[in-house]
Design a protein around this ligand. Structure first.
Ligand SMILES: [Ca+2]
Ligand SMILES: [Ca+2]
Length: 244
């Protein structure tokens, strides 16, 4: 094989990457490409779905990340002869990426289907198992909406806790931990940690938390904060976020 002088270079996937490609919401993905002549010094990538990023490594273009939204996406790619989109460019290449919804990763409705909630029992504020946790709470912490369960305490699947708990205390600081669905995994729940000293006035807890990725589209969150009084209470405020 040898390059033909004057031949137009084009974008090509690097095995095992394929076009069309398929993935699932929240699943990590790597898709690698280059130009057929191997001589592009920069790439332009358009319409990358949320959750994915693009980088160039030694002449290779690499798309990585975890797509947030299910659906059929079309990503446009061009290669340029020189850095910073200089010189000749290849024709546009279109990567088709089909992202499937996934159990435990997708929108609330998908979760309700998977959990076999029928029409009369699937609304977020219903509590068909009468355990005091609405379906939305059960969704937010992935407990069984048809089986009574406490919202506090350890679980057996690697997810250590299901409501905010104090995991460390010093004379000056407290560390509070909880779990939440990962945003980039198509979560429809948003979580806001709040503290109070009198159970009537609640303020958001600031501070950059430590995040640990967990299985099933969840992450563990640990936030450190100064102790503010003799008594401190915590709560996690949950809200339904726009659909994934
Ligand atoms: Ca319930
Ligand atoms: Ca339950």
């Amino acid at each position: 094989m040898h390059a033909v002088t004057g031949a137009t270079a084009s974008i090509a996937p690097v095995s095992p990457s394929k076009n069309p490609a398929s993935s699932q919401v929240g699943e990590s993905l790597t898709w690698v490409f280059r130009t057929s002549d191997g001589k592009s010094e920069s790439y332009e990538v358009k319409d990358l779905p949320e959750g994915l990023t693009f980088e160039e490594t030694r002449g290779l273009g690499v798309i990585t990340g975890s797509p947030i939204k299910a659906g059929d996406h079309v990503i446009e790619i061009r290669g340029w002869k020189r850095v910073n989109f200089g010189g000749d460019a290849t024709d546009s290449y279109y990567l088709q990426l089909n992202v499937a919804p996934v159990e435990g990763y997708g929108a609330y409705a998908h979760w309700a289907d998977v959990r076999k909630l029928d029409e009369t029992h699937r609304a977020p504020d219903e509590d068909p198992d009468h355990d005091g946790s609405s379906n939305f709470l059960e969704y937010a912490f992935d407990t069984d909406p048809l089986k009574p369960n406490p919202l506090v305490g350890p679980r057996g699947d690697g997810i250590p806790f299901t409501s905010p708990q104090i995991v460390q205390r010093t004379p000056e600081t407290l560390r509070v931990a909880y779990i939440r669905r990962r945003k980039n995994a198509g979560s429809e729940a948003s979580y806001l940690l709040e503290s109070s000293t009198d159970l009537s006035e609640w303020v958001p807890v600031d501070g950059e938390p430590w995040i640990t990725e967990l299985t099933g589209g969840f992450e563990g969150v640990v936030t450190e904060m100064p102790r503010s009084g003799k008594v401190q209470f915590f709560r996690l405020r949950l809200e339904m976020a726009p659909g994934a």
